[in-house]
Design a protein around this ligand. Structure first.
Ligand code: ADP
Length: 273
């Protein structure tokens, strides 16, 4: 199967300080992948390496079989769209914000959006349920609405790969599920390859079909959620006792935390499994 993203022996970081090293994984087209790992394990550093915000120290990254180093800004933006954790909410309307996603397609002397740009923006505002907000200002929206508008803007880039940094942080469970269901639909219906940083291991297990677990700048493990969200792996990397079970409805791995008061009992529980 064709790989949308290939990461080969990749290292990057902050010179003389923290570094992620020897990262290796491939994402076949239409993967829904998550980067997990404790605070400070290097998730954001890897993300910045993929977006070229940080220069590689070793190794390479290919998108659609092309080395990202050989692509200019526009070529990269046509393949890869980013939804950051902190959405800049400039003083512009949702429609104008979403239209920014068309910039990589503009010619050198094109200063205005074309009819096609407006059609594409409208299509993705409809798809993300933000069309009714199109004349509102970005900074007047709720966190969930801003997130949806940011996804609409990213989609107007018509990318092969959508990178999201913690798309559900700061959202209540209703909005978390709304955003992830939308991303799941895009992944399944458009064949979009998705890679997101996700803190919540339960959401990671429920939605992703591939997980990359980082630990102190290294890849601890990558594989299916069932392989990665094994209690032994989680305990080793997060230094925290957990209980893992299958979600009774979806069958996906679910992770439970246990308070200090009952920790002795949970240790017994895991050793019986
Ligand atoms: P995560 O996203 O998993 O929480 P990060 O990739 O943000 O981890 O950070 C990994 C390590 O890199 C941390 O120890 C952090 O302090 C360090 N770090 C992050 N940004 C910088 C920077 N600009 N300069 C130096 N060190 C940094």
């Amino acid at each position: 199967m064709h790989n949308t993203l290939e990461i080969k022996d990749f290292s990057c970081g902050y010179h003389g300080k923290f570094m992620i090293s020897k990262i290796n994984f491939n994402l076949p087209k239409a993967s829904f992948a998550g980067i997990v790992g404790p605070n400070g394990s290097g998730k954001t550093t890897l993300f910045k390496g993929i977006t070229s915000e940080l220069e590689s120290i070793a190794g390479s990254i290919f998108i659609d079989s092309r080395n990202i180093k050989s692509m200019n800004f526009k070529e990269r933006a046509q393949k890869l769209a980013i939804v950051s954790q902190h959405i800049e909410s400039p003083d512009i309307t949702v429609e104008d914000y979403v239209l920014l996603g068309r910039l990589p397609y503009h010619g050198k002397f094109q200063f205005f959006e074309s009819e096609k740009d407006f059609e594409i923006a409208k299509h993705y505002m409809e798809l993300t349920g933000t069309i009714h907000l199109k004349d509102k200002y970005m900074d007047s929206l709720s966190g969930g609405e801003q997130q949806l508008a940011a996804i609409a803007r990213a989609l107007t880039q018509e990318p092969e790969l959508l990178l999201l940094d913690e798309p559900t942080s700061h959202l209540d469970i209703g909005h978390q599920v709304q955003i992830l269901n939308l991303i799941q639909n895009l992944n399944q219906n458009m064949g979009l390859t998705v890679l997101m940083i996700i803190h919540d291991l339960n959401l990671a297990g429920e939605y992703c079909n591939y997980l990359i677990m980082l630990d102190n700048g290294n890849m601890h493990l990558a594989g299916t959620p069932e392989e990665v969200l094994d209690y032994k792996n989680i305990e080793e990397v997060y230094k925290t006792i957990v209980i893992t079970q299958k979600n009774p409805v979806s069958g996906k791995p679910a992770v439970f935390l246990v308070s200090g008061n009952v920790l002795g009992e949970s240790k017994k529980y895991n050793s019986q499994r």
